[in-house]
Ligand binder design. Structure first.
Ligand SMILES: Nc1ncnc2c1ncn2[C@@H]1O[C@H](COP(=O)(O)OP(=O)(O)OP(=O)(O)O)[C@@H](O)[C@H]1O
Length: 741
């Protein structure tokens, strides 16, 4: 090769020279140092920088030590200062709320079994608060290189303005935000984003309604992030935004989502600028994080924990009363009775202190997929009849009601992007009619037939535990989350579920998350293909939010309701009535549509179902036994411990004298089986699980019969778990059914 011929190289093959950094650049987040190089051509291809240079600029082996020092040093310094950041936290433990119900969580869930994997609790909690950071040395170096590069090349060049024209149309967004959007692959705003971001940027109060999964987080998030970018430049230290969510998981998720967009400016330098503050995690640790310079500019919190913090620490109250923007995500839920008290106290406290500083009110944005009062009525009770004039302006009416609860700066602008339908149009709904005791079997059937990523919602925590144990017996990867679990376990199971789901989806294997309604709102797990309502929810808003965990962003998904024939004519009928909007009801030439028919029955293949029955019965018996045995064991330990603490002796009769304890014990005892029986059942079940399922119980020849199995095998058209069955998925089954009709 001639000396002058240019070849393509990687950044780390070049002989970089360090350049002294001026103080003026000190505030540029993510900037580790400046290095320069001559004689290198940079071409941008598909948004990626490609480097071309001649031999003399490529380092040889002798240069390695020096140049590595050059690129690695800044990072090592950062690592060091990072360590200093870490040390002050000490060995605080996460707060654990223990009661009898929680103590055995770990024993029942497959995910919980590995609790001890979380060796360093601080690190893990930090990870949860801060989101994922690069782990390996190579990842760290790559990230460093990316940052050095961006600074060197000028950000404007890296994503040219023509790359995101749709975003630029809606407002003057900063390069940081555009870069973040580009990195996430969000090439254009969703409808709710396009309509609300310009208004949000102008400082209007907003009431935003849009379907589940339609991108509401960034609709309110981008105007706030823009203020954060601006404050980085002006060095304004006042907090910017306060975002409330009804659940802890949602708060974590929102903060991670916002962090991802602004990674470029927050990276390392101001990594605590966006913080989530929720219950279940150490309050002392959160207080310490808030002491960092520039931390907590945007807070995402659950009301309970935030109130606790500002009541406990008057400095924090003084600080947060200066916010510019207040957001209520899932506002209808936050403002429901029972949740509102804490929120009302927060507003009062912030306002009473604010008078001394800024103008009396901040910008308020409230968002949800459901703002209708009717949706909150219990499905078992009589629906409030709408008066004629209420029909037109239901949102106005709701707003009027909300204005009695929260003070807006000015009358909020209402943006409603799904006025017609209440459930996202990308969700295909289906019904399975079954007897109450057959629910487990039908969940198993569904998962066997459509082995995707599935989220099952139950109304009772006992059902979550039972279904989890049942599916475990059937060797299905399951995880559970429900409110009595420790926060640490909830977050951990959620992470494990996501990880497993992304692995299993590549090999067409089922992954199941079983949850109480703590997971019904806001959670965004893009892989979820199916939602199963194990029980019919108690109110229509819960149905909408539960179902909305599938079909996120532009994806489609399936929501299946398990329902007894009695429920079908009662609560389900009422649910359908509430979900059918007024416009839909009068659509076909003034005639009312038959709303009951908008949910179709999921086709059930009885020969497959029949093959699952024996396994299901054994798994159910073993799951009941496991739960009852654990629970009895726990009760015994609890009683012994209580007696020891009180310094008294207990004999077994004491327990039987208490009617409630005795009844409870008998109920549990009835569900246990002998150890030998359990061993035998387990063996039998394992044996059954090795027998392949067959369509039409087909046994013999590969090429005979109606379906050519050899053809299936060769063309990979066959179902993974059922011999002789075509590959299928729930979404196309339902779509085909409709087409055939
Ligand atoms: N402009 C965009 N382009 C593509 N994807 C987007 C865009 N904006 C957001 N998303 C993605 O869409 C998904 C849903 O977004 P988000 O969680 O904000 O929805 P939501 O409307 O708040 O839903 P819910 O009502 O269920 O809380 C997320 O995975 C998010 O990353």
């Amino acid at each position: 090769m001639s000396d002058n011929k240019k070849v393509q190289v990687n950044w780390d093959q070049l002989k970089w020279n360090s350049v002294p950094v001026s103080d003026a650049l000190d505030d540029f987040g993510g900037f580790y140092g400046l290095e320069e190089i001559d004689g290198v051509d940079v071409n941008i291809v598909n948004g990626q920088a490609q480097l071309f240079t001649t031999d003399k600029h490529i380092k040889n082996e002798n240069d390695t030590e020096d140049s590595e020092k050059l690129t690695a040093d800044p990072f090592e310094q950062d690592e060091k200062s990072n360590d200093e950041d870490v040390n002050p936290y000490g060995e605080d433990e996460l707060i654990e709320f223990k009661n009898m119900d929680e103590m055995s969580e770990g024993e029942l869930s497959s995910a919980d079994d590995s609790d001890n994997e979380f060796g360093d609790e601080f690190d893990e909690e930090e990870k949860l608060i801060l989101g994922d950071k690069p782990q390996t040395e190579t990842e760290k170096k790559d990230e460093l290189a990316a940052n050095v590069f961006n600074a060197d090349l000028n950000l404007e060049d890296v994503i040219s303005s023509s790359e995101l024209p749709e975003w630029e149309k809606i407002g003057n967004l900063s390069m940081t935000v555009l870069q973040g959007l580009s990195k996430l692959g969000f090439v254009k705003p969703t409808e709710i984003q396009a309509k609300t971001i310009p208004l949000g940027l102008e400082g209007h109060d907003i009431m935003g309604k849009a379907s589940t999964g339609s991108g509401k987080t960034l609709a309110y998030g981008i105007p706030i992030l823009e203020k954060l970018v601006e404050s980085q430049n002006t060095k304004n230290k006042d907090p910017i935004g306060l975002i409330f969510t009804p659940t802890r998981e949602l708060a974590q998720q929102v903060s991670q989502h916002l962090q991802k967009i602004t990674e470029l400016i927050l990276h390392e330098k101001n990594k605590y600028a966006i913080l989530s503050l929720t219950g279940g995690l150490s309050i002392q640790k959160q207080e310490r994080l808030l002491k960092y310079d520039g931390s907590g500019k945007i807070i995402i919190a659950t009301p309970g924990r935030f109130l606790e913090l500002i009541e406990k620490n008057s400095d924090l109250l003084e600080r947060f009363c200066k916010i510019d923007t207040l957001v209520l995500d899932e506002a209808d839920r936050l403002l429901q009775d029972g949740h509102f008290d804490e929120f009302e106290k927060i507003i009062k406290l912030l306002r009473s202190h604010r008078k001394k500083t800024k103008s009396q009110y901040w910008q308020t944005m409230i968002f949800s997929a459901t703002f209708s009062i009717d949706l909150f009525n219990k499905l078992g009770s009589v629906t409030r009849q709408k008066k004629k004039n209420e029909k037109e302006d239901e949102l106005q009416l709701v707003l009027k009601h909300l204005m009695t609860k929260i003070h807006f700066r000015s009358k909020p602008i209402i943006i409603d992007t799904n006025p017609e339908s209440k459930i996202s149009s990308q969700i295909k709904e289906a019904l399975i009619e079954c007897a109450p005791l057959e629910r487990d079997l039908f969940v198993y059937y569904f998962i066997t037939m459509y082995p995707g990523t599935t989220l099952v919602f139950c109304n009772a925590i006992e059902s979550v535990k039972k279904l989890n144990a049942y599916l475990n017996q059937l060797k299905i990867n399951t995880y559970q989350i429900h409110s009595p679990m420790t926060q640490k376990n909830r977050l951990k199971n959620l992470e494990k579920f996501k990880e497993k789901a992304s692995f299993n989806s590549k090999i067409n294997k089922a992954t199941v998350l079983i949850a109480s309604d703590v997971a019904a709102r806001g959670l965004d797990i893009p892989q979820i293909e199916h939602v199963i309502h194990y029980h019919l929810p108690r109110t229509a808003d819960v149905y909408i939010h539960r179902s909305g965990r599938t079909a996120r962003a532009s994806n489609e998904g399936v929501a299946v309701v398990l329902c007894s024939p009695q429920e079908s004519v009662g609560p389900l009928r009422k649910l359908r009535k509430l979900l059918a909007s007024d416009d839909v009801k009068v659509k076909s030439k003034g005639k009312k549509m038959k709303w009951q028919k908008t949910i179709s029955l999921l086709p059930i293949e009885s020969d497959i179902l029949a093959q699952l029955k024996d396994r299901s019965t054994l798994a159910s018996e073993l799951a009941d036994n496991e739960i009852a045995t654990n629970s009895l064991h726990k009760d015994d330990n609890w009683l012994a411990k209580a007696a020891e603490d009180l310094g008294i002796d207990v004999d077994s009769d004491d327990e039987n004298k208490d009617v409630y304890l005795a009844k409870n014990k008998t109920k549990k005892m009835n569900k246990t089986i002998s150890k030998d029986q359990a061993k035998f059942d387990r063996m039998k079940l394992n044996e059954l699980l090795t027998i392949p399922l067959r369509k039409d119980r087909r046994q013999k020849y590969l090429t005979g019969g109606l379906v050519n199995l050899a053809d299936h095998l060769v063309k990979k058209r066959g179902h993974n778990g059922i011999i002789g069955h075509e590959k299928t998925d729930a979404l196309s089954t339902l779509k085909n059914k409709k087409r055939k009709k």
